[in-house]
Design a protein around this ligand. Structure first.
Ligand code: CMP
Length: 131
């Protein structure tokens, strides 16, 4: 998911370019916006964390790009491509290093396991929207 900061700052094209150059196939994609309720549902796993309120506010503050990606070893390779959650700690050349400013506005989200990728893919897309 390309987050509201990266969309607002004009980085959709550059980020998709990095994702494709990284060997990922786009299986589904949409430009949309989360309500606060839907953002809370997407990030329900974090609802006890102190940053949950800010996370929901930020993620519903503007449009996002949601996508399902495919690649061998996709979870691990995508996390390498996007870099550390905190852009200040993200390696040079990673998406968060290049396009993110803070741990909240960190440009992009990637699923952290195959099981969560399944849940998060189903959150945004029906079977008929995947190619
Ligand atoms: P993301 O990978 O989308 O998953 C949860 C998000 O919460 C994370 O990226 C950050 O943008 C945000 N967040 C804000 N504060 C923190 C924190 N202290 N630790 C982890 N994630 C945080």
């Amino acid at each position: 998911m390309i987050k509201p900061d990266a969309v607002k700052n004009g980085h959709i094209g550059a980020i998709l370019n990095d994702i494709i150059a990284g060997g990922f196939k786009i299986v589904a994609m949409k430009y949309t916006r989360l309500s606060a309720e839907k953002a809370g549902e997407f990030y329900a796993i974090h609802k006890e964390r102190p940053f949950f309120g800010e996370l929901v506010d930020f993620m519903s503050s503007g449009p996002i790009v949601a996508a399902i990606l495919e690649k061998d070893n996709a979870i691990e390779d995508f996390r390498k491509l996007i870099g550390n959650t905190d852009p200040a700690k993200a390696d040079a050349g990673t998406i968060r290093n290049k396009y993110a400013k803070s741990i909240d506005a960190n440009a992009i989200h990637g699923s952290d396991s195959d099981a969560n990728a399944e849940i998060e893919g189903n959150f945004y897309f029906s079977a008929f929207e995947r190619f």
